[in-house]
Design a protein around this ligand. Structure first.
Ligand SMILES: *Cc1c(COP(=O)(O)O)cnc(C)c1O
Length: 474
């Protein structure tokens, strides 16, 4: 399988070549040149596989430069009961008739990002050892991504993590999760500023090409193809569980709390491969860039000042970094048009409008997408209702997904809502909704009291560069 850029760059690359890269050289995103097709007989064959072996089957359709034995071993090392809490890895929990939660948040940092990041850690270590290289991962986080990256990379050979975060702005639990890590290859940098300052620093350091090359700076952001690919697996796993006693060919729908469009893009890929998915229901919070697109065809990037701080903060985005991948497929893989929209028009005007384009209607009819939005009041009501009726406590992001799922579900439809985090990560809103603290998994008892490993730095790219330089040999 070879990978191409959504903006038409002529290079064709293998999986391991793009594994450690971000954007394609022309600023586009990488996609496989075609989606491997999975037929009914293959679905039958995969149905009862353990999660790690299902992951191997799916990944091996996309990866031709890691020997099969090694790839299977990497999957089995990643998706274990001891790391993800159950043998099923992503068990379904039934709610009302026809509605399930798919538990994706029982990994080390209690958010679905572990599903992909844990695999990425093992893939990075494998590939770096094979090349005899090292990598310094530089990132900016407001919570979930940074901790998932650190827990995935801790103790890995050949990898160091330098993670910036806005000092004092993450939830106490998130701070404790990250700062209590004592691994020598993990560096927490608390920046005297806000999240935007952290992102600006990462950009400034990455734009210094000489520094970037000399210190082998890389990232693990959500546009990484390997992360997206790892997420395809749980759509298959959810489908198999929900259709256990259904007739062959039965369809299910998925509802996905969305921010950067990474999670739901994996659902799109699964559907393109032939998984019988009916609707892909995209849920946003008050930051409704994507809901607006699927309602109107207008994609309008928000300014930082127009990006709301909500109680589902991991969905507080102003633009959706993976969205270009879907638009590429929507426009029949017309790379010249994608380059015009994302490379030119968006940069010039901050928006584009496909509302009058016949392709826009296909978003729903051919690709199954629908959408909706949810507000703080909706989240409180959904958390309360789900707790009262089913005794199930959900987090704020999952609540956004469930609220929109209930609006979009049609009679008789099987709807799987992806649970993207556990409530303990966002305790303040749970207390507001339920008047009680969320349950805390035993392994996180008392983490706020553990010794912390974090360095406070001014909001300056120079200071971050100096820190990196003094913590690794070029
Ligand atoms: C990252 C995240 C999301 C959004 O996922 P995308 O892939 O960016 O769409 C939703 N919920 C939680 C809890 C997250 O951490």
């Amino acid at each position: 399988m070879l990978y191409i850029s959504t903006r038409g760059h002529p290079d064709r690359k293998h999986f391991c070549e793009i594994l450690l890269e971000g954007l394609a050289p022309d600023g586009g995103l990488y996609l496989p040149e075609r989606y491997p097709q999975v037929d009914a007989a293959t679905l039958v064959r995969w149905r009862d596989l353990p999660y790690a072996d299902l992951a191997f089957e799916i990944l091996s359709l996309y990866i031709d430069d890691i020997p099969a034995g090694d790839l299977r071993a990497l999957c089995r090392k990643t998706y274990t009961e001891s790391v993800f809490g159950t043998a099923a890895i992503v068990p379904l929990k039934p709610l009302e008739e026809g509605v399930y939660l798919e538990a994706l948040s029982n990994g080390p940092t209690l958010a679905f990002k572990d599903m992909a990041m844990q695999l990425l850690g093992n893939l990075f270590e494998y590939e770096l050892a094979r090349r005899g290289e090292e990598l310094n991962i530089l990132g900016a986080t407001s919570g979930d991504t940074g901790s998932a990256a650190e827990y995935a990379m801790r103790g890995k050979q050949g990898v160091r993590v330098f993670m910036t975060s806005p000092n004092g702005r993450m939830s106490p639990f998130q701070q404790a999760q990250m700062f209590s890590l004592q691994d020598a290859n993990i560096h927490n940098l608390a920046i005297e500023g806000v999240f935007d300052d952290c992102q600006d620093i990462v950009k400034a350091v990455s734009n210094d090409l000489e520094f970037k090359r000399r210190y082998r700076i890389g990232t693990v952001n959500s546009i990484n193809w390997a992360r997206l690919l790892a997420q395809v697996v749980y759509y298959f796993a959810g489908y198999f569980q929900a259709t256990r006693s259904a007739p062959a060919g039965a369809k299910v729908s998925f509802a996905v709390p969305s921010g950067n469009f990474g999670n739901i893009c994996a659902g799109h890929v699964a559907r393109m491969m032939g998984l019988p998915v009916d609707q892909l229901v995209l849920a946003t919070n008050e930051n409704d860039v994507l809901d607006e697109f699927f309602r109107t065809g207008v994609y309008r990037v928000r300014a930082s000042a127009d990006t709301h701080e909500t109680s589902s903060p991991s969905m507080d985005i102003s633009k959706a970094s993976n969205f270009e991948r879907f638009v590429f497929d929507l426009l029949g893989r017309d790379a010249a048009r994608v380059r015009g929209l994302f490379g030119d028009q968006l940069a010039r005007t901050g928006r584009f409008d496909l509302g009058a384009d016949p392709a826009f209607r296909q978003a729903r009819e051919r690709f199954g997408f629908t959408s909706g939005r949810s507000t703080h009041a909706d989240r409180l009501a959904t958390i309360r209702d789900t707790w009262q009726r089913f005794g199930v406590m959900i987090d704020t992001h999952t609540a956004d997904g469930l609220k929109v799922a209930r609006e979009r579900r049609r009679a008789g439809e099987t709807m799987i809502v992806l649970e993207t985090a556990l409530p303990i990560k966002f305790a303040a809103t749970i207390v507001e909704a339920l008047g009680r603290e969320p349950d805390r998994p035993a392994r996180f008892e008392g983490i706020e009291g553990l010794p912390r490993r974090v360095t406070l730095l001014p909001a300056s790219a120079r200071a971050v560069k100096d820190f990196i330089a003094s913590h690794c040999e070029p």
